[in-house]
Design a protein around this ligand. Structure first.
Ligand code: CP
Length: 310
């Protein structure tokens, strides 16, 4: 089975069977990481460009590793050293890159919809690596893979997403992905960090973090995105940590063995206590590992690869 689309821009556009196809393909890709020589020829002769207009550690590095393990030629463009600093527009940068015939362009951009601008105009496959507060589809997919790997299923599970919901592209993509595969989602955060129309999220919404995490199978903590907030939304980080942070005491009130996730980067001691982030139920580093597998799967499927049929 193949993924019949040129680009991956949003979770919203994916059917649930496409999500399962990507997860199953990523599962089969994981074996490559355990080899002595981490290299297969699946993308030999293909060119991948990583075009990042915002900082990234996990997403950019994992796309680079994924491309290299699949034998693609990988080029990283940091906008701080590209002609973007000379005023070149996104579209002109995109046309310039297209003239060099890449097969895939991975883009992170602060403006919602920027990946679609390229997708509508370039022949290359475009993958959204995060566009403003809009979507981060590959993060949602790696989160699903991580939960399925640990709990053996997705349907019927309950996830509590806690923190800065309104500025979070991770929450926006995550909620949609979870709903599409039959999971229940609760979100919690201070009123100033919840969206103005919370009913549009498709999740139960509360300002009571303990109500949100009670009986949840998974707790996903979000980073406080100071860079996307105005100065008045969160007057005190200490108060935020006391009211909404995931402390050892709060975890004790949740379900025994509840799984703890965070997309990173972490603000230790703000939204999550270090003992929880490094504790036995934390899947934070599994999320990073699975990020490589999901990105290998997407590069493979978007460039015409087929999932193995059992
Ligand atoms: N989760 C995530 O997108 O991390 P980076 O910003 O480091 O890519």
């Amino acid at each position: 089975m193949a993924l019949k689309r040129k680009d991956l821009l949003t979770i919203r556009e994916l059917e649930s069977d496409e999500i399962h196809l990507i997860l199953d393909t990523a599962d089969s890709m994981k074996e490559i990481a355990s080899r002595d020589i981490k290299k297969v020829p699946a993308l030999r002769g293909k060119t991948l460009i990583n075009l990042f207009y915002e900082p990234s550690t996990r997403t950019r590095t994992s796309f680079e590793i994924a491309g290299k393990w699949l034998s693609a030629d990988v080029i990283n463009i940091s906008t701080t050293v590209s002609s973007v600093t000379k005023g070149e527009s996104l579209l002109d940068t995109g046309k310039t890159l297209q003239a060099m015939r890449p097969d895939v362009v991975v883009i992170r951009h602060p403006v919602p919809g920027a990946p679609k601008i390229l997708a509508d105009r370039l022949q290359a496959s475009i993958i959204n690596a995060g566009d403003g507060a809009h979507e981060h589809p590959t993060q949602a997919l790696l989160d699903l893979l991580t939960i399925r790997e640990r709990l053996g299923r997705l349907k019927g599970l309950t996830v509590a997403i806690v923190g800065d919901i309104s500025h979070s592209r991770v929450a926006r993509s995550g909620i949609q992905a979870m709903r599409k595969v039959g999971m229940d989602v609760r979100v919690a955060g201070p009123p100033t960090l919840l969206p103005r129309h919370p009913e549009e999220l498709g999740a139960q919404v509360t300002t009571d973090v303990e109500a949100a995490i009670a009986d949840a199978d998974v707790i996903m903590m979000l980073r406080i995105q100071r860079e996307r907030q105005g100065p008045t939304l969160l007057p005190s980080l200490r108060e935020y940590s006391r009211l909404f942070g995931l402390t050892v005491e709060r975890v004790k009130k949740a379900r025994e063995g509840v799984l703890i996730m965070h997309p990173g980067p972490l603000n230790r001691g703000v939204e999550i206590a270090p003992e929880v982030a490094d504790g036995p139920y934390s899947l934070i580093l599994d999320q990073v590992t699975n990020g490589v597998a999901i990105r290998m799967a997407l590069l493979y499927l978007l460039t015409g690869g087929h999932a193995a049929t059992n």
